[in-house]
Structure formats: C-alpha cells, structure tokens
Design a binder for this molecule. Sequence first.
Ligand code: SAH
Length: 351
Amino acid sequence: MGKINLKSLTMEELEAFIKESGLPVFRAKQILRWIYEKYAVSIHDITELSKDLREGLSEKAYISNFELLNRQLSKDGTEKFLFGLEDGETIESVLIPDEDRLTLCISSQVGCAMACRFCLTGKLGLKRNLEAYEIVDQIIAVNRVVKGDFARGTKFPLRAITNIVLMGMGEPLANFDNVVDALWRITGLMKFSPRRITLSTAGIVPKILELPQRSPMVNLAISLNATTDEVRDYMMPVNKTYPLKILLDACRKFPLPPRRRITFEYVMLKDINDSSEDAKRLIKLLKGIPSKVNLIPFNPYEGSEFERPDDERVLNFQQILLKGNITALIRKSKGQDILAACGQLKARYMA
Ligand code: SAH
C-alpha cells in the first residue's frame, strides 16, 4: 500500500489515522498545526514529535508539496506561480501586492468546463477538479516564497498573504465539496478570516444557494458580464441553464451578513456589452441587491476574438452606474505582460 498523504486528510480522517496508529488524539492537532500554520515540508520537520515518532509515522505517511515550476514577475509587481501537482498536472496562482494587502488569486480546477467565450482558461476544457488540499496548498506554497523574500529584503510590503480570491483557473462551485472543504481548512486551520476571502462564480445557481449552508461566510462575487440573456447566452453558456432572472433572484435571496455586499464582475468587451444602455440596464438588474460592481476591461490574449473598449467608454459606463447610486470600480488589469490577468491563466498543458 502507498503512503498516506497527511495533507489529503480532513481533520476527522487525520484523527482516525492517528488513533489507528495507536497514538493519542492530541497528536492530530499538533500535526495539523505544523502543516497549516508552520508549513512543515515533511514529517521530519515536526520537531514537536520525538524522532522515533517521526520515523514511525514516515513509514506510513508523508506530507506532499507542490513543485514550483515557474515564477514570473510582472512590471507592476504582480507575480504568477506555476505549480506541478503530484500527477503531473499544472495550475497557476497569482499574487497581487498592494500597499496594504497581499492578495492571492487561487485556482479551483485544472482547466474549466464553463467555456466562457472571452476566457482563455475556458478554452482548455476541464482536466480535473483540484482536491481540497491542492486548493489550500497554493496558499502554503506562495506564503513560503513570500516569507523567504521578505526575510531577504523588502520586496513584499507584507510578510504573508492577507486576502484570498477564488478567481484563478476553474469554476469553484463546479468543484463544490472540495472547495467547501478547502474553505474550512483555510478559515479553521490557517485562521484566515472569511471576510478576507472571495469566491467568484460564473453563476451556478443551486450551488450559490447551498453555499451559505455549507461553507464559512466568505464574500461572493458573480461574473455577470452582460445585461441581456441574449448577450450572456453567447458569452457564457451557463446562462442557458441559469438565466439572468434566476441568477439575480438567487442573489436577492442570498443571506448576506450585515454591511456586506455582493460583488458583480463585469468584463467589458468592445461593442458587445459596453454601451450606455447596458449600464442603465445593469442599474435596473441590481435593484434590491446590496452590490458593488467591478468593471474589468477585457484582457486580450493571442487569438482572442474580443477587444478592450477605449478608456473613455469604460469611464462613461462607470459614470452612469455611479449616478444610479451603484458603487463601481474600474479594475486596473494587473500582470498582463505575463498573462496573469483575469482570464489569462492557462498553466502549461496547452503551451
Ligand atoms: N469561474 C469563476 C472564477 C474564474 S474567472 C468565475 O467565472 O467567476 C475570474 C474573472 O475573470 C471572472 O469575472 C471572469 O469574467 C473574468 N475574465 C475571464 N476572462 C477575462 C478576460 N479575458 N479579461 C478580463 N476578465 C476576464
């Protein structure tokens, strides 16, 4: 029998494994702390356990680690990491430093099945879901790098990741159980506040409704991207199953904690969804939903069929939303020169 990867176990599974190994249950807590707070690379790192104990455990178990295959730094400070998984698949995570926060954008799947027309990841199709530990390990792996860099100089303003967005490769709600498991580990074991985590979805309605019952109360972002079903059907096939009305009704029902809002992402595509009429329709669609809008001018890539609207058009769209009392931010694209911006992640397997 192969060795057990301790990272792949839930808290309960680890406790069961520890008991089966004839050890007292508190050992499980110690191991969890070393994995999720101290980022132990191997069982041998866990010096809180005696050498004999570590050797005994190592005969049956191990701790997996991503292979850091590539690290690219953008002119604007954004950094993209390419990780190799145990089965040879690859995923990307993007680190976005700001003055007062260090945001990591993580992937939830290898590829994506949603097939949104404007998204490069969508062109890949789905390879497989990530396991919960593979979702979490992106944070561990990048935090190790950040810590090392911070110790060597002042490249990063902060010594650890402060915010997490599930906006990398994949559709998190299409990998629901593993994403929920990962969110419990990130908040429970790594002690991340759910308020600093945002899950972004293309709009899988039943899972949006199930999320608050199953998961820690993270922030919700919806990739809306259009204001009519006709345009949204064309851009995002998921809209044929869950059209705008159903999606926005689900948002209205979503049990938001006090003072929280739903973020609506709106990728702006020239001459497709960037008109004044679109902006006005958007105001109507969002009536009754505590919301804010992030306008994301399209990030082009080789072979993309869409164009980015002129700045003037984006500003005009924003002005209309603001006049309609909607908080609207224009998201500066980060990391475009290294294909690290929204919708540009493709990892290695298509190269
Ligand atoms: N599947 C999830 C998360 C990944 S996409 C979702 O759909 O929300 C993250 C964001 O990038 C989405 O809002 C998506 O609409 C946006 N996006 C995808 N491709 C883009 C591109 N080429 N330019 C700008 N934004 C893009």
